[in-house]
Ligand binder design. Structure first.
Ligand SMILES: N[C@@H](CCC(=O)N[C@@H](CS)C(=O)NCC(=O)O)C(=O)O
Length: 211
């Protein structure tokens, strides 16, 4: 398998964690989202991913998968162990709800393309852009803090899908200067994953294209 990724992309980071937790090795191809106006907009990459975003996973038979939630669900179904989702349907829905807060309601609002629109098209200064990001990231984290429990990870003693989505979102929160002081459960999980080999392997600064 070949993963098209960018070191600092939280959506790519999710897939890297899922791969590492399942012990799967992939070839990595870096797509620089900033250099040369963004390599994601180049013709060759657009042919793979018409949305011009990372990640993209190309399977060994040439099948192209896009969208990190769909890629991670594919990995869970094709490589079931270790499982990222619990067996119980109600618990599965709760785990997915945390992942969806991040994937649907938080990350899309601070992705590069909308921030570029705020800066360039709407002429907003950095202070306004930062306020915009904080407006959506803080309440999202507050909701997650309430939804997750007191076990080691978000929903149990081993990391699962919610942790796969949460940890990259925390990386983004630090990058954007969002304070995590009010979220002790989230900070507990962050501290645990900082020592977990799969999360360490997937971390942006440990990527071949990391800057
Ligand atoms: N929902 C998509 C989001 C993908 C996405 O927004 N990727 C960002 C990096 S995290 C990207 O490629 N941005 C490039 C751009 O906005 O031009 C997923 O989870 O894969």
């Amino acid at each position: 398998m070949k993963l098209y990724t960018y070191w600092r992309s939280t959506s790519s980071y999710r897939v890297r964690i899922a791969l590492a937790l399942k012990g799967l090795e992939v070839e990595q191809a870096a797509v620089h989202l900033v250099r040369n106006g963004g390599e994601q907009h180049g013709e060759a990459y657009r042919a793979l991913n018409p949305q011009e975003r990372v990640p993209t996973l190309v399977l060994d038979d040439g099948t192209v998968l896009t969208q990190s939630p769909a890629i991670i669900e594919y990995l869970e179904e094709a490589f079931p162990l270790p499982a990222l989702l619990p067996a119980d349907p109600v618990l599965r829905a709760k785990v997915r709800a945390v992942a969806d807060i991040i994937a649907c309601d938080m990350q899309p609002l601070h992705n590069l393309a909308p921030l570029t629109y705020l800066r360039r098209t709407l002429g907003q200064a950095e202070a306004e852009v930062s306020a915009w990001i904080g407006t959506w990231v803080g309440p999202g984290l507050q909701a997650i803090e309430t939804l997750i429990g007191e076990e080691a990870y978000c929903f149990g003693e081993t990391p699962g899908l919610a942790d796969v989505f949460l940890v990259p979102q925390l990386y983004a929160a630090h990058r954007f200067g969002v304070d995590l002081g009010a979220y002790p459960r989230i900070r507990r999980i962050e501290a645990l994953t900082e020592k977990h080999p799969a999360f360490v392997k997937a971390h942006p600064t440990n990527q071949p294209d990391g800057e």
